[in-house]
Structures are given as structure tokens and as C-alpha cells.
Write a protein that binds this ligand. Sequence first.
Ligand SMILES: Cc1cc2nc3c(=O)[nH]c(=O)nc-3n(C[C@H](O)[C@H](O)[C@H](O)COP(=O)(O)OP(=O)(O)OC[C@H]3O[C@@H](n4cnc5c(N)ncnc54)[C@H](O)[C@@H]3O)c2cc1C
Length: 470
Amino acid sequence: VLTQLEKKLGRIVGREYVLTGPTVRSVYECDAYTIHRFEPLAVVLPKTTEEVRDVVQLCIKHQVAFVARGAGTGLSGGATPVGSAVLISLKRMNRILEVDLANRRLRAEAGVTNLQITRAVVKDGYHYAPDPSSQHVSTLGGNIAENAGGPHTLKYGVTAEHVLSIRMVTPLGEIVEIGSSVPGAPGYDWLSVIVGSEGTMGIVTEAWVKLTPNAPCVETALAFFSETRQATQAVADIIALGVVPIALEFMDETFMRVVSEAFQLQFPDGAKAFLLMEFDGDQEKVKAELSNAVVTCKKHNALEVQSAQNGAERDRLWFARKNAVGALGRLAPSKVTHDGVVPPSKLPEMISFIQAIAKRENMTIANLSHAGDGNIHPAIPLDDRNPTEVERMERVGKEILTECVRLGGSISGEHGIGVEKRDLMALSYLPVDLEFQQQVKQIFTNRSELCNPQKVLPLEATSNERKEPR
Ligand SMILES: Cc1cc2nc3c(=O)[nH]c(=O)nc-3n(C[C@H](O)[C@H](O)[C@H](O)COP(=O)(O)OP(=O)(O)OC[C@H]3O[C@@H](n4cnc5c(N)ncnc54)[C@H](O)[C@@H]3O)c2cc1C
């Protein structure tokens, strides 16, 4: 039996694009952070910006919350329909609308996958630089909302540096355009406020993004170490050389074990960590930079360094890194990937800290890291139906993120705050900072808490009761 709301949503987007029934809706009860789950009131799949606007206006009329969803690969519960909310999936808005090679830019709908953008221009010698490891499924809208990073953003920068303008439906149900299709729009930079706002300040429906020319030469190497500390110290030293690799990725023993079991990969005997290094640019410079990095690894007693001579070999060197996260499923029914960041020189200390916690708690914590920018991803395999395991994961996660802040880093490198780390924002901000952030949000929401509620800011900061506008 359809609810009144479902019937009205069906009139906007077409009956078949409103998903009904608890079984169907339960597929959408969380993103890739599975700890908190809420079945959405309805799931709706609009096809145009105008339909998104009409859905938002209907939600406002009925005073029900609404949450944007891309591919649901978020790792901090950003797309979880907390409480009772309508989930607005952008997956049908998946067209590339304009390719403007002369000006190195492309316009696409929010539901295109990240990789779709690169695939559209690769034959012309371009790519879209932000490359989260979820890039074959995660969407442009989700990447904008999370300000996604990825292995290659060490050199090229995160999503914020590659978005020129957006079309968006505001939390008040208006269609607005923010930014400019050429860089450097005058006036206050609202685009930077929206990018990374995790869907709490509106629903992005389209964007102009920058295209990056492919480099003439790319060199990749994989260095294996018998001790984790040798690898992390090599990272700190490579960054201190002043060279900027496009990628510098670290993986520990646990990830190496599960990925080798899952895909029958062979690593050198005694290897307990690896570093994947990639440089791009002019051939001579790239070769010199890679050679310096390899010398640094050898200085830290690398067991073996493998290098790629062609594209197929490069794919082989990347294979373990690209497929590691899924392989962790061999250890437990679920996992939580924490996300923090420290200055790269502190990486050795940080990874040792995490290993000491794992030992103390007698638990598995597998470490992956976009090491070049100090972005750590300690992953905890667990059974998320077991409250004791969940409590321990949260306690340990807090301890790790507290240490990140103490070492001069922060509680999120790229996965956002969502519902997962909302209450940890106080590790990085004073109450007055959080209150100011809430006031910035109110520019877009006009004090309404219907747009992706209970995310990013702690609940005290989002309570409208005790605040007057300043
Ligand atoms: C295996 C794996 C690897 C990953 N690797 C990386 C990585 O290397 N780097 C990285 O940064 N992240 C990574 N992630 C995390 C995740 O893929 C990114 O955060 C991604 O940007 C989420 O995109 P999505 O389309 O899945 O968004 P969702 O998960 O659907 O949503 C994420 C957030 O964006 C909001 N949102 C979605 N679409 C819109 C829209 N159109 N307008 C406004 N708000 C919107 C949602 O409300 C939510 O708050 C990884 C995740 C997985 C599972």
C-alpha cells in the first residue's frame, strides 16, 4: 500500500522511480559505514534538476527530512537516512552533458561515476584528476559532497581544486548556480563552502569540472620492507626530499596477507609492508625522482623494489592496492575504515601507535595509507551485530583520532564526518568554532534542519533554540 507521500513523489518522478516496501528500502538503510542504519521513509530517483527541486519542495511541505545519495560508498554514514527521511538517489542523473576540450573542462550530471569522466576524455589525452579508490562506482555528486581525495591527489589536489561550478537545489527548494565556468570568480567563495559540506547545504545536480592533461611519462615502483617502520620512515624521507610523487601508498602485513589469499598474489619472502610510488612529468625528471625515491627505500633496507616497464605492469603493481579493501571481507562480516591525517613526518609514529593499540587490545587493525599526505586508513574487521565489538571499534577509533590531532593532524583526511565522527568534532574545534560553522550552514538552510540532518556538526551546535543570528 502506497503512502500519501509515496504517491505524491510518484507524480513527480514517475511511479516506478519511487522504491517502496521495507525490503527494497532496507537496501538503502546505510552507506559503507554500516554501524548506524535507518530505513528511509521512501527512496526516490529523480531524472532532472527540476524533479529534485520538486521532491525537495514536497519534503519541505510535509516537513520530512531528505538526504542525497550517490553510490552509497561513503565511509562515515553521510548518506544514512538518520531518523525518518526521504532518500534522494542521484543515480539516474548520469549523463555527461558537455565536453569542452578547448577550455579543458567538462559538464556532467551529479550521478555520473568518477571514472566515467576520465573514460569520456582519455582518448583525447585528458583525465579527471581526483581518483578515490571507489572511482568506478562513486559519483561526482558524492565526490563533491565529500571533497574526495585518492591516491593521485597527493600531487594534483582533492576534488575542491577540480570543480569550477555547480548547479544545486538548496535546502529551501530553489535551483541555484554557484561558481563560474572559468576559475577565479569574484566575491566570496561559496563554492568552497559547498564542496565538502556532505550534502547538508543542498543537493548538487550538475557540475563543471576541470580536465587534466595526461603526463608524457609515468614511472611506478613497488618497494617491499621486512618492517613497517622502515616503510613509514621511507615515506617521511621521500617527502622531505622535496619531490612530489603523484602517489605514495603504504600497505601493511595484514592487508598484504588478505589480498594475496584472495587473489593468489605472491609477495617477496619476509615482506611485511610495501610502498607504491608513482611519479609523472617529463621523462628525465621523472626517472631522476623515482631513482631518488628508490635510493631512499634502499637506505631503509627495502627487501626488493619492482618497477613497471609498461601499462600492463603498472596495473599489476597497483593490483594489490586497488583490491585490498574488499579482501578484508575474508576476516569478518563487516569492517570500519577509520580516516585521519597527520603531517607525513609523523607517519612512522602514528602507525606504530596504531600497532601498539592492536597489540594491547589483541585485535586486528589493518593499515592502508595515502602515505604521502599523511592520510591513514586503519581498518577494523568486525561483526557489526556484536555490541562489544562495536564499542571497542568506536573506543579505539577515538583514541587513534585523538592521537592524530595531538600530532598536528585532523580527524578526517577524506572520508568526511557524517554521522560517524560528528561527536568527535570537538577534538578539533572549540564550541564557538562549531557555532560559527552552524551559522554558515544557516545561510543555505535558513535554520531548517531538514537537509541531511544530524550530520557533520554535533547536535548541540545544530540546536537552534539557544542561538540568535549574529
Ligand atoms: C572501497 C572504497 C574505497 C574508497 N576510497 C576512497 C578514496 O580513496 N578517497 C576518498 O576520498 N574516499 C574514498 N572512499 C569513500 C567514498 O567512496 C567517497 O566519499 C565518495 O566521494 C562517496 O561518493 P558516493 O557517490 O558513493 O556518495 P554517497 O556515499 O552516496 O554520499 C556521500 C555523501 O555525499 C552526499 N551526497 C551524495 N550525492 C550528493 C549530491 N549530488 N549532492 C549533495 N550531496 C550529495 C550524501 O548525502 C553523503 O553525505 C572509498 C570508499 C570505498 C567503499
